[in-house]
Design a protein around this ligand. Sequence first.
Ligand code: MN
Length: 716
Amino acid sequence: MLRQYELVELVKSYDPDADEDALNRAYVFAMKKHGAQLRESGDPYYSHPIEVAGILTKFKLDCSSIIAGLLHDTVEDTDTTIEEIQQLFGKQVAAIVDGVTKLAMIEQKSGSSKQAENFRKLLLAMSDDIRVLLIKLADRLHNMRTLHFCKPEKRARIAKETLDIYAPLAERIGMQEIKSELEEIAFAELHKEAHDSIVARLNFLREKDSNIVPKIIEQLQKDMEENGIKASVTGREKTPYSIWRKMQQKNASFEQLLDIMAFRICVEDIGTCYQALGVIHSKYHMIPRRFKDYISTPKPNGYKSIHTGVIGPENTRIEIQIRTFEMHEIAEKGVAAHWAYKQGQKVEGRNFRWMRELLEILEQAQNPEEFLENTKLEMYNDQVFCFTPKGDLIGLPINSTPVDFAYAVHSSVGDTCVGAKINGEIKPLRTVLQNGDQVEVLTSKAQHPSTEWERFVVTGKAKAAIRRYVRAHKRDQFIALGKDILDRQFKGEKLEFSEKALVNVMPNFEAESIDDIYAKVGEGLITGWDVLRAVYPAYKQSKLEKVVKAIKVPSLKNVLKKNKSKSEPLKIKGLVPGMAVHFAGCCHPLPGDRIVGIVTTGKGVAVHTIDCKVLEKFADEPERWLDIAWGDEAENEMHVGRLKIMLANEPGALADLSNLVARNNGNISNLNIVYRTVSYFELLVDVEVKDVKHLNDIIAALKASRVVSYVARSAQ
Ligand code: MN
């Protein structure tokens, strides 16, 4: 374990301005807080944060990072609060410790490693300060170094998680050294046999010629010098894990993997890299398809280097990497290297594409401390990652809600969702989800998607599902309406109505099912008459075809009942006393209209308006016509007028309509929907009024209404 003074000296060796006092206080604080807690190794727990701080000094991290490293487990594992840390060590250290603590919490929620990629993204998204992530990686590295003290069942889980999540994460931010070490320890744990056999073979090769690596290094170094190139040549055996990976990927045996040695030539600048490459390729046989130039075309993570495979010195197949010193530093230490460069000599490395923005901040920053403070990992900030109660991770676009989450889990969960618990608390469905939220969707079979949801969901999947449901649901309504319309239409014409008959006429309407026909009628795309004529082509349509037969005209008796003058005879002049009389259902005459009577068989006299189209039928029967007129007191009674209205298809429109009529002293006695489309209803409305003037007043009032797009006295 690092002693207190050793740690302080390490930090001061690269940062002379480090706050020595704060470092000392943090060291003691961690020791005190973790107190008698023990690691599984039997060591005092505080040895762990101190070792983590030690690892961080390897990357020459700033004083705040080292202090946060010392304190990183105090909030999670002791009674320490963030406020306490802020008071003692300042805002910055507190923010970093808070970040590391949050990462530890989401870690506990994660049950499966299936979604490693999502989990890595979540870690990156949550580490908005890069130092949080660096401490997390150092923490994991120390835990891996002491993995052998853990119980076996725990070991495998931690090792697998390390391979799935932390090693790729370290690679992602360019921390090559940490990545390799994490991989090697995890590999030895998870595939002990493979690991041991590869190590044994490597040892065997080494015994055959224990000096082969130094010999090749020496020869390559000489090659460079002879050509006037100042270079530093290093060489190593590849790590057991990288050999094993290659064996798996290429399905090759150990013997087939000849280039288990890799050499690296580091030079001053890019031009010299290509000079060095020329020397190698002109002296040694190049192995086809092994040449890769990542200097002219860097890897997506910003990695730069030239790779080539040759039959090298000692007639051995080797891999050679050629790069500048700076490229090397960045490849090995990644993010941390940038900081080191600022500290030391030069800042040129714009190699990490994703680091470019950070480097711009770095150039403007007055000191490294400020740089790191402003260094936000702008990664995956357009996404949030949330857990299911089982610990599965669901990645969603930013601003997603529990409804989006529900649809992401399964469309049936979305369709039936009624509410959500976020981190155990019931929250509104429109709540915006945050990274690491645990979301439990509450469902009910009785629930259906609501059009309201469309206003706040952000995922395409949720939007599409809601629209699909609403469309299907509307269709159900149209089917029911269309069936009703057809049923009445056929009955009104006294024709038999059967679904069987409809099957035969389906092609006429490009319908694939009877429901299609109903839906089309309901939506108003075809009329009941179209269907009736198709089923009974021989049926002679009456002149009244346009009248909607389904309308129930209130009997005069009922109308009169509502009026005070119910017992008095109709105030119509020109009638033979005692003669039965009724108002025609077609034109609904009102006092003020010019009227005419038609003598009918059995029903007495029917009163029509003079312009009623029905009268055409009686044109050649003048003997049935009766000249009549309204009596003086006719307007004291209520009469039924019929209006044709186009009304907006929206909630409350019908209520607005009936209110308007009532406010104008009218009374709706009957109402029938003729057509219904997505945007409007076509209605026939029977209104009890005194006379034509009264009806015209009501028409005027309706015309002024927002929800009424058309209104006129019905000509039907
Ligand atoms: Mn820890």
